[in-house]
Design a protein around this ligand. Structure first.
Ligand code: TYD
Ligand code: MG
Length: 461
């Protein structure tokens, strides 16, 4: 990074305009923004970091730079190692890549430490593992390990919060896998600010990332997501790490979902499903079974959809409740779905399906706390809403998926045949899906209604 030699080396940088300032102040002298100055790490005078390179705030590489020719590179296949937990391997893209940095985020108490301790058990059998805890004492971790049935033969523990000391110890005998629990408890001597502040989190993580690449160690960074907002949380690290996993769902319930938000070594949006029990997290190998809430009788407002999270299709129940509203502005509440999309779909339903809901409250919920980001939920959501509005139940053995466009057309979604086959596996016999998603030869055991418009789908139920 080139810094202007004329300017004094600053210890504060404005996060709005990037201007460097030697002193903290409430307002940036360059762009005038308030409360944007942030402390950044400055190497001690006369001592440059990163093997004799010139200063700068974030010296990147430990060794001399070399220019490669892309065609001549013979990249070795990345070494992957199993964590011993199938669902965790799945979200990692097929196992843990040695030398990669994985951020595991989630609400406090959702199970981050539990999951990683369980993974360490199996990783420790093959590789040296170092578990760095800034939150719990070795005794507390020992108690938890006993509860989980973790023997921990290959696991070394370190209770330490200074990143320089952590790295000094790790360098002596580099582990193959290192867990840092949590990044918010670590601090660096280079900065004065409190542990957990944005600058501390960023700088300590940067040091750990450099260590991971230098020592070829897989590093898990645990990060607490704060309710207040993204800024102080681990989100500031997303661009620095190779893989970002977040726990989804409520910590009150039994099920825990881990989703890959970013993955340089695998499919994004991949979902791992776990159940929390009294002996830690257990994998749920057939998650469709738990998201299909079983009713004995068909009920209005309920429909099963097939969503595809990462590389795996999942059957999930969508529920809707439509009720006359006493309010001037009726409510539209979407849990597990995008609220704006629901409003848009209701407008399409009015304009192209002839059903008006401007005096109705509409609530839609995706069972199991799953968040659906894909448009394949459009058609099932509208059919569930309509079912509740008309108080007419849909058959229990019916599924639907498909995107609904603004002109009332039903568009195909990726991997249609794959979704249909998954539905058949779970005893589904009927499907309403986009015409473009139906294979020519049909699907055995499935009565398919292929639709091109919303109106055709409404006529079909
Ligand atoms: P933990 O892994 O400590 O959460 P995090 O590291 O994300 O803050 O999980 C703690 C929660 O999990 C706590 O509420 C207790 C519960 N739990 C179980 O239900 N069973 C178990 O076997 C363990 C170890 C924890
Ligand atoms: Mg924890």
């Amino acid at each position: 990074m080139a810094t202007n030699p004329q300017r004094p080396r600053a210890a504060y940088v404005c996060n709005a305009c990037g201007a460097a300032q030697p002193k903290w102040s409430g307002q940036c002298a360059d762009c005038g923004a308030w409360n944007t100055l942030e402390e950044v790490a400055r190497p001690p005078a006369g001592q440059s970091r990163a093997g004799g390179r010139g200063g700068g705030f974030a010296a990147a590489g430990p060794t001399e730079s070399v220019i490669h020719t892309l065609a001549d590179l013979r990249p070795e296949e990345r070494v992957r190692t199993s964590t011993g937990i199938g669902e965790l391997d799945r979200v990692l893209g097929g196992g843990l890549v040695i030398g990669s940095v994985v951020l595991l985020g989630g609400d406090p108490g959702i199970g981050k430490s539990t999951l990683l301790l369980q993974a360490c058990e199996s990783l420790g059998a093959e590789h040296p593992v170092l578990y760095v805890s800034g939150e719990e004492s070795p005794q507390q971790i020992g108690l938890r390990a006993r509860r989980l049935g973790v023997v921990g033969a290959g696991i070394r523990l370190l209770a330490e919060t200074c990143v320089e000391r952590v790295l000094a110890l790790a360098e002596r005998d580099p582990p193959r896998v290192m867990v840092v629990d949590s990044i918010q408890t670590l601090y660096t001597d280079l900065l004065q600010s409190a542990p957990g502040s944005v600058s501390q989190v960023r700088e300590t993580a940067a040091q750990l990332v450099r260590f991971a690449k230098r020592a070829d160690t897989a590093v898990f960074l645990v990060g607490h997501v704060t309710k207040e907002g993204a800024l102080a949380g681990p989100r500031v690290l997303e661009h620095m790490v190779d893989t970002v996993l977040y726990f989804e769902g409520e910590s009150g319930g039994t099920f825990r979902l881990v989703r890959a938000i970013k993955n340089r070594f695998g499919a994004v949006n991949e979902l791992g499903v776990f159940a929390m029990g009294d002996r830690g997290l257990r994998e749920v190998k057939n998650p469709s079974a738990i998201f299909l809430a079983r009713h004995d009788q068909p009920v209005p407002g309920s429909l099963v959809m097939v969503t595809r999270e990462g590389t795996r299709p999942l059957l999930i129940e969508v529920q809707a409740l439509v009720d006359e509203s006493p309010l001037a502005n009726p409510r539209r509440v979407a849990l597990g779905l995008d609220q704006n999309r629901l409003s848009m779909l209701l407008a399409v339903l009015h304009r192209h399906g002839g059903v008006a809901m401007f005096n109705q409250d509409v609530f839609v919920n995706v069972v199991g706390g799953v968040r659906i980001g894909e448009t394949a939920a459009d058609l099932p959501v509208l059919l569930a809403v309509l079912s509740s509005y008309r108080d007419r139940p849909l058959p229990l053995d019916l599924v639907a998926f498909g995107e609904v466009g603004l002109s009332g057309e039903v568009r195909p979604v990726p991997n249609g045949p794959d979704r249909l086959r998954e539905a058949v596996k779970h005893g589904i016999r009927r499907a309403i899906v986009p015409a473009g998603n139906v294979p020519k030869e049909g699907v055995e055991g499935l009565d398919i209604l292929a639709v091109k418009t919303l109106a055709a789908a409404i006529d079909g139920v």
